[in-house]
Design a protein. Structure first.
Length: 209
């Protein structure tokens, strides 16, 4: 069954703590979105300020132009996975090899215009492909299901890839995305902006059963 993975996207420590508290009672895995105000515009949490409750599993989504510069800090944090963008300056195969030495997985995020052909050479080096269908650096956006065509193409290159989706997921489309092959549903605004985050999470989970 697909995993519902709440997203944390905060601009300051208070907001960050509030978002963690909204999901910590039910989320087994979260995605922490970080931005550098270059690749993704806007103020965000700095890498040295983030944390997560144990035993929660945390993936760090680096919406950075040059994520490789933060390798040592990421290793100290020991997340489950670090997701970097194909459109960044990162040497992903080298970055992934460095993380693998420390038991950390690597994910590759692709923006809407980026094709699987563009990143074929990278896919054997990563464990996760994040199909991005949102508004970079912000909650919301639309889930463009046409982007799901990337799933089968990517699986032909690396059949072991875990597939994630980020952008516009709600209780109306989660089951469809799961049926198309999405393993990890990264849900932002639908959970974080809900009056009852637990109820919003439960609504999506119910559509997947």
């Amino acid at each position: 069954m697909s995993i519902v993975c709440p997203t944390i996207l905060a601009s300051n420590e208070t907001e960050y703590k509030n978002q963690i508290q909204k999901v910590e009672d039910f989320a087994k895995r979260i995605q922490i979105d970080l931005k550098d105000n270059k690749f993704a515009l806007g103020e965000g949490m700095s890498l040295d300020k983030i944390w997560w409750p144990e035993p929660m599993v945390a993936d760090i989504h680096m919406m950075y132009q040059a994520p490789q510069q933060y390798l040592k800090q990421l290793i100290v944090l020991r997340p489950n996975m670090v997701i970097v963008h194909a459109e960044s300056t990162c040497d992903v195969p080298k970055f992934a090899a460095d993380l693998r030495e420390h038991g950390i997985q690597t994910g590759l995020a692709v923006l809407q215009p980026t094709t699987i052909t563009d990143v074929t050479y990278i896919l054997p080096h990563v464990q996760h492909l994040l199909i991005f269908s949102g508004d970079l650096g912000h909650f919301g956006g639309q889930a463009d299901l046409n982007l799901a065509s990337k799933i089968n193409t990517a699986k032909e290159v690396n059949p072991h890839l875990e597939i994630g989706w980020d952008g516009g997921i709600n209780d109306q489309n989660a089951a469809k995305l799961a049926s198309l092959g999405v393993d990890v549903l990264n849900v932002g605004g639908f959970i974080q902006n809900a009056s009852d985050s637990s109820d919003a999470y439960a609504k999506i989970k119910a559509t997947l059963s």
